[in-house]
Write a protein that binds this ligand. Structure first.
Ligand code: PBG
Length: 323
């Protein structure tokens, strides 16, 4: 006697009956990069198929999102002016704030999440305020609170702090609550690793640190218990959703979190993961569509509910083809 696993794999009907996980366009959050200037829809060379958008061209993006039935975006701003405190990040007329207002005008239903961080806005490229050569945690909190509040005032639906400062969730929650935004959720980049997979993003966002690295605030890729401690801390501080980033090389963290906690988990399928699949596909080494969908499905199987991915628009089309 042996187990005949093939009985339940015999044809597509039985395979779909026993299928445990699935991908849906409802799972996707599309990252959008907005830039100052006019009439810009410029392909990002490190993230083929993704663009820098000026605010006046966002209507085309909204049409594409509607066509693909993608309901949520996460916004990243690339300002014209950078300084040591990242002041464009909390300017009410900053690039992200303008983009939020325009998107809201174009589509009242679009769910707008914003990345709350300083690295795209500081002239030194670090995620906070420097003291000598290190980021000062508690001084940075004050700025993060300002940034999150400015996004809320512009009309964001959710804020997502990605800076990895300690205590930021409690600080931001408090600022939002004091200003009447107690119903605005916070998605915390809770377990964010100091990863080389962010390379193409830093080129896309012009946010590479001008000296040093982010190892004094982002996590060591060797650690998993520490990720649970970070996640628990952020939940205690009031995070509504927690994120694991990057996704593909960190699915063990996703699974462990899924087994331990009871809030939705988001993964960030980061730029390096996208670029590897995209470029291997273009080189004819792999079937890009099948590999991309398999990669995204693995994130669901590991326990993520939602996926931030540069593949969102394309994957939505591929899923439609499969229907
Ligand atoms: C920080 C931020 C980064 C990413 C998202 N938010 C870069 C970093 O920490 O260096 C990376 C995303 C990606 O690689 O796709 N604001």
């Amino acid at each position: 006697m042996f187990r005949r696993g093939r009985r339940l794999r015999a044809n597509s009907a039985i395979r779909s009956l026993v299928r445990e996980n699935s991908l849906s366009v409802d799972d996707f959050i599309y990252p959008v990069f907005v830039v100052e200037g006019k009439d810009i829809k410029r392909e990002i060379s490190s993230l083929k198929g993704n663009y820098h958008w000026s605010v006046d061209r966002l209507e085309e993006l909204v049409d594409e999102l509607n066509e693909a039935k993608i309901k949520s975006v996460i916004l990243f701003g690339i300002p014209e002016h950078k300084d040591c405190v990242g002041s464009e990040a909390y300017n009410e007329n900053g690039i992200v704030q303008k983009a939020i207002r325009r998107l809201r005008e174009l589509s009242p239903e679009l769910y707008i999440i914003t990345d709350v961080c300083m690295c795209e806005y500081t002239d030194h490229g670090h995620c906070g305020i420097l003291n000598d050569h290190d980021v000062n945690n508690d001084k940075t909190l004050v700025y993060l609170g300002e940034i999150a509040l400015s996004h809320a005032k512009a009309g964001a639906d959710m804020v997502a702090p990605s800076d990895m400062m300690d205590g930021r969730i409690a600080y931001i929650r408090n600022v939002l609550d004091e200003n009447g935004y107690e119903n605005l959720p916070i998605m915390s980049y809770a377990a964010k690793y100091s990863s080389a997979f962010y390379g193409p993003f830093r080129e896309a966002a012009g946010s590479a640190p001008s000296f040093g690295d982010r190892k004094s605030y982002q996590m060591d890729p060797a650690n998993s218990r520490e990720a649970m401690a970070e996640i628990e801390a952020d939940l205690n501080e009031g995070a509504d959703i927690i994120m694991v980033k990057p996704a593909m090389s960190y699915l063990d963290i996703v699974r462990e979190a899924r087994d331990k906690i009871n809030v939705p988990i988001c993964v960030y399928n980061v730029s390096g993961e996208y670029a590897m699949v995209k470029n291997a596909g273009e080189a004819g080494l792999i079937n890009e569509k099948l590999v991309a969908l398999e990669m995204l499905l693995s994130m669901k199987r590991a326990g993520a509910k939602m996926i931030i991915t540069y593949y969102a628009l394309e994957a939505a089309k591929w899923l439609k083809e499969e229907e």
